[in-house]
Design a protein around this ligand. Structure first.
Ligand code: OAD
Ligand code: ZN
Length: 325
């Protein structure tokens, strides 16, 4: 047993609520690379894009001129392909026990939501793929339209660049880029929460992007702070408090250890099995939906060719693309 974890386990047992501060390290076991780990991190593997600096891929000024790098990456990272990790289910289990105060996450993979954590408890500090807006006229674009445009690939392109249906400007998911403001929801909830943090668990982040990186330093001196990370970072390194708990190891390994100490192992396992079943049901529903859409499209095509005068192939394919979007 890791004696380090005792204060955290006791706090949980005494009913104190946990506020999480999360980063890419909690999703690496799902197969999503983090950003800054040398060798495997995203920023050391961006050579193919010839970026002026690695963060340019998430930089709003760079995106305005060169949106392709972001879209190739977005295509690889788009939510839907990845499953929550043991750590995500640990967070969900705390919610089920009414021990979750809030989850501040820098991650855009939405795995907290996919693990079933209530939307009200999640603050996506760097935004997410949930909505998309034009960077010029700011009109919203639906995710189905965005995905459809990403699929429209012409020669020499790996991915289509979605363009606004109103002004033809580039459209981008509502991920906060360098040079953009953070979501209003973050400021509102942090104002409300910052004095109420009883236990702060910081996990899987290098605490290098501000203002998120300053949050652990802002929690009350009375709060218990815990760092679950491969390395010591940020305020835990620079201004360590006497009561800080540092669990420097893999996130899933530590979460497993905590759950074991609490005697919740079978409940955690049940959660991931349920999520697996739910995902299979959803996939089945999606397939049925696709079949229905295909059938409807075929019906429409039959109707078009039966009732209308012969149109040019070009016009017809335009009509079909309108109907299917
Ligand atoms: P980083 O890549 O900067 O940091 C990830 C941290 O997690 C590092 O300290 C790793 O050592 C640690 N880590 C990796 N895998 C782990 C594991 N399995 N168990 C425990 N620790 C592990 O990622 P973030 O801190 O999330 O911004 O990066 C912050 C922001 O920088 C991101 O939100 C992104 C990026 O630019 C935007 O996209 C706007
Ligand atoms: Zn527009």
């Amino acid at each position: 047993m890791d004696k380090n974890l005792k204060p955290l386990v006791s706090a949980i047992q005494s009913g104190k609520k946990i506020t999480f501060f999360l980063g890419a390290g909690i999703s690496t076991s799902a197969g999503i690379p983090d950003f800054r780990t040398p060798g495997t991190g995203l920023y050391s593997n961006l050579a193919k894009f010839n970026l002026p600096f690695p963060e340019a891929v998430f930089d709003i000024d760079y995106f305005r001129e060169h949106p392709t790098a972001f879209y190739i990456l977005a295509d690889e990272l788009y939510p839907g392909k990845f499953k929550p990790t043991l750590f995500h289910f640990f967070v969900k289990l705390l919610e089920n026990k009414n021990l979750l105060h809030r989850v501040y996450t820098q991650n855009i993979d939405t795995l907290e939501r996919i693990a079933g954590v209530n939307d009200n408890l999640i603050v996506e500090v760097h935004g997410s793929f949930a909505k998309n807006h034009c960077i010029d006229c700011e009109k919203e674009m639906s995710t189905s339209e965005l995905k459809a445009q990403m699929k429209k690939v012409s020669e020499n392109e790996k991915v289509g660049i979605p363009k606004c249906l109103h002004c033809k400007g580039y459209v981008k998911p509502d991920i906060t880029f360098f040079g953009e403001g953070l979501p209003q929801r973050f400021f509102e909830l942090w104002e409300e929460d910052s004095d109420d943090v009883e236990v702060a668990v910081v996990a899987g982040t290098s605490l290098s992007v501000y203002p998120f990186a300053s949050l652990p330093a802002e929690v009350s001196k009375k709060a218990l702070r815990v760092l679950i990370n491969q390395e010591s970072v940020g305020d835990f390194k620079a201004s360590r408090r006497k009561t800080d708990v540092l669990a420097l190891d893999d996130c899933d390994t530590i979460a497993k250890e905590i759950v074991k100490l609490l005697g919740w192992e079978s409940e955690l396992e049940e959660l991931s099995i349920k999520a697996e079943e739910k995902e299979e049901d959803e996939k089945e529903e999606e397939k049925e939906e696709e079949v229905k859409e295909k059938e409807a499209k075929e019906e429409d095509e039959k109707y078009d060719s039966g009732t209308k005068q012969k149109e040019s192939t070009d016009d017809l394919s335009k009509d079909i693309s309108k109907l299917t979007i």
